[in-house]
Design a binder for this molecule. Sequence first.
Ligand SMILES: C[S@@+](CC[C@H](N)C(=O)[O-])C[C@H]1O[C@@H](n2cnc3c(N)ncnc32)[C@H](O)[C@@H]1O
Length: 250
Amino acid sequence: MSQNTNYSSVTPTQATKLEGDDKRNYIRNLFDDIATRYDFLRTLVFLGHTSLWYRQALRDLQLQPGEKILDVGCGTGESTRCLNRFYPGIQIEGMDLSPGMLSVARSMDADSNYFEGDVCSIPRPDCTYDVVVTAFTFRNFPNREVSLAQMLRVLRPGGRLLILDHFYPEKPVLWRNIYTIWMSKIVPQIVRPFIADTTPYRYLAQSIINQLKMPDFIQLIETSGAKVTKTNTYTGGAAGRLIAVRHPFA
Ligand SMILES: C[S@@+](CC[C@H](N)C(=O)[O-])C[C@H]1O[C@@H](n2cnc3c(N)ncnc32)[C@H](O)[C@@H]1O
């Protein structure tokens, strides 16, 4: 897929299998397109639960004033602003692939540094940050292994990586079925009045269905040079968090 190809030419199922530049271009186009409506539609789609998930996932990080944090895939900056609110005095930067999402982030927060960049080649030297956070992004990355290697590279040894993302609830089966119907059938209908093309939200549902299961996620991180020290799931497994510590001499 070229940089200008319309993302609607690929089905959501095909899109979840894209890798490399094809995935990068698909995702950049998609987020550029929905950037100005992203925050509102997300509140609608997840019935306001994202604020709750931020609180649950970010509140116990105990960041100290002066610590350097990178928010990878910061989008419109909600995760970045949340961290700034919870931990006054931290030095946080937000990086994203989508200029449209970054422009919304900058318009809402003139004080933080937001810059354009791809998780597969983070434009920062090794060992720059104490903590790297990435929220609701991992399913969209062009390559899982390279993304992890890059996020760990810019962390100092002993630094923490926090991944918060949507997961596909497993049990009870009734909840899984309700969630599947909500995401696949109802969400495309409720966003329709606000968006000409519902592809981004059909892709969202498919990417959640294709999300790694928690044990596979842990294994992937642990083969990338970090030790997973904490995992949590929220709202019956619809969201989850992993915290990993970069090996001291990795
Ligand atoms: C669902 S949004 C989440 C935004 C934000 N973290 C939040 O919690 O609201 C996913 C973001 O990841 C960004 N993203 C996807 N692939 C990326 C990549 N390869 N490098 C950097 N950012 C990426 C997208 O542009 C998008 O803004």
